[in-house]
Design a protein around this ligand. Sequence first.
Ligand code: 26V
Length: 801
Amino acid sequence: MPVNDQSLTPNVLKTDVMRHLTFTLGKDAPHASLYDWRMALSYAIRDRIMEPWFASTRRTWEEDRKRVYYLSMEFLIGRILEDATINLGLHEMAERTMAELGQDFKAIVGDEPDAALGNGGLGRLAACFMESMATLGCPAYGYGIRYEHGLFRQRFEGGQQVETPEDWLSQRNPWEFDRPEATYIVGFKGHVETRDGREVWVPAETVKASAHDTPVVGWQGRWANTLRLWGAEPTTLFDLERFNRGDYTAAAEPETLARTLSRVLYPDDTTYQGKELRLKQEFFLTSAALQDILRRFKSGHGDLRALSRHVAIQMNDTHPAIAGPELIRLLVDEHGLSFDEALPVAQECLGYTNHTLLPEALERWATFTFGNVLPRHMQIVERIDGWHRRTFPARPHYVGIVKHHEVRMGELAFIMSHKVNGVSALHTDLVKANLFPELDRLHPEKIVNQTNGVTPRRWLKMANAPLARLIGETIGEGWEDDLDRLKGLEPHVKDQGFLGAFDAAKRQNKVTLSNWLGAECGVKVSPDALFDVQVKRIHEYKRQLLNILETVARWQAIRANPDAGWVPRVKIFGGKSAPGYAVAKEIIHLINDVAAVINADPLVGDLLKVIYPANYNVSMAERLVPAADLSEQISTAGKEASGTGNMKFMMNGAPTIGTLDGANVEILQEVGRENFFLFGLTAEEVMKRREDPDHARKAIEASQIMQNVLQAIAEGQFSPGQADRYHGLVHRVWHHDYFLVASDFDAYLAAQAEVDAAYKDRARWLTMAALNTARSGFFSSDRTIRGYMKEIWGVESALQD
Ligand code: 26V
């Protein structure tokens, strides 16, 4: 296995790059572009993954190991080249080799487009999980959709978000292998017939799902798994009969239907809309994956009733929840099991992860749509629901999968799984108490917690080379796949030399970032300022509004008293709004408007800057996270299921200013109260406060600062050409403040003042920052995956022996 493979001398890598440049790209070095060099290096690195990849697959077969199948509509991978290079232990060698070839390694890896096949947290979690499963030697396949267009690109025009299509496949993707031999037919619509006493689904439309495999290599190249993404293709290229009749548009219909299925990622993770295309995408992914799983099982085993001994299927939220009925359909209709045999087999295989409590994001399909697109599945869903009602007579009448002419995907996923999990301790409690209280009572052992994590290889080793180097020098190697070892940094936190080096690493990252921001946004910021970062999707519950209101308050206070010994701050925002989410778009507009006024104010100068680089994505996160001094995690308590950005910041030595929400609770526990800027209402208090219809007005009337802020915005101080631009927004804060911005405002201000005080005390601040890194070991996704393997999947690592 190529762990720091000695046989791969720089010369060999150089030869490989040149060979690919010549024979794969067909380019002569003097004429090669950055793209050509990137492709040549990517192929040379990819070659090194083949051996561990084949060996892993071979061993899984030979040892007849149980496999994990991770079904997800989203995989937010980002760039692959540098990550693969690091995991293969080839990073320095690749850097050197490319330098010898006269090429800049950083520019080469930066030329790769992000694979942005996800919206945010849920998709990025799936990508971290794939990397951790490979690192842990957990035999696994990720199944997803090969969207032609990932998440849209964001631009700002006059401070407002404008979306343009993303185009990652316009260049060749060197990481994927087409597998035309692995294709399956997926049907839609039509009707169900009874033939010889059996139900037979006769679909009216069919498409072909065709596999595209990307290898995912773990730390030190010890194991590699497969991410299999399905592309949709027509089953018949076009209707020749119609074509010959001259009906050219109709002749191309099968092709049009197929292509739209894997054309574009749904960009709205806020509000659920019962769109037929979305249901078709979900079934397309799920059916192709399950057919593939059964084919693989059948090629090694006979009796499908033993499926769950060999197969664990995880549903990433309810998006693939059609897996329950589809698995039953395949087992019964195609493989001859009875319903009573198939049901427990499916349940023992399936697990369901819940990622949100927001009622507007929970999937429910009108029975009309569901029955029209998937008529056979509608029958099976009714049968499952009937079985559950009869088997658990204590089930209240208002509980069930099909209610009020809707199919509820959460209830379906719950009932069809042997385990259901939340993604942080608090979230899991709320799933039990608020989302599925009755089902929890009927199935008391089913709901378990698996607190999220992030991969330290990408988010520390790769993104933060200066800090990773310092960690290595201080505690030695081996922390990368055993993150609890970071605890070993704690004794050094008292050492001035170590703190100075920690400071220097952070400063280096801040200098790099300010140069990039200068080039990208045209705003110069001082690396001596406190870098205060909030990056995530724009949602009301995540409360970017609270942050920008505090920014206005700070600006007013600085103007009123410029010599009060202010700590210079750079407020950095990043994130996209769903295209149809008007309120989120208004918040983006406000942030940009406030930035324009503050950044142009000579009275304030370097004491306050507001920067919002457009098109936040995984690669931008890799720049921002290592350079952050302060991590903003300020959601309304009870709304953020976990958060994973919060963990990345902690690992990179940025203390959190945050509410008691999601995994913040566990971060606080690990890092200690004195190293966390805690503020705000608790989840319980939030629910209580909402009972008072006047909560916002009362909070605002009690806060002169808040009144001043809202007045400045309402007067048009930030929208000089259009004074009434934010009347609606201000009105909503006063009268419809569902996310309790007003109620938490003063507490947030006080916490920010504590941040300033702490930052001024250099020794105190650096100690806090370093302790955040030292105590972040729990948040490695390796720990999370070990939990899933043991408590949900019943799978063992192939690397233990
Ligand atoms: C819902 C929908 C509705 C249908 C259209 C497309 C779509 C896409 C996504 C979603 C739900 C997104 C839920 C989500 O991303 N939750 C986040 O999951 C993270 C990983 O567990 C967690 O850290 C975040 O707190 C949570 O918001």
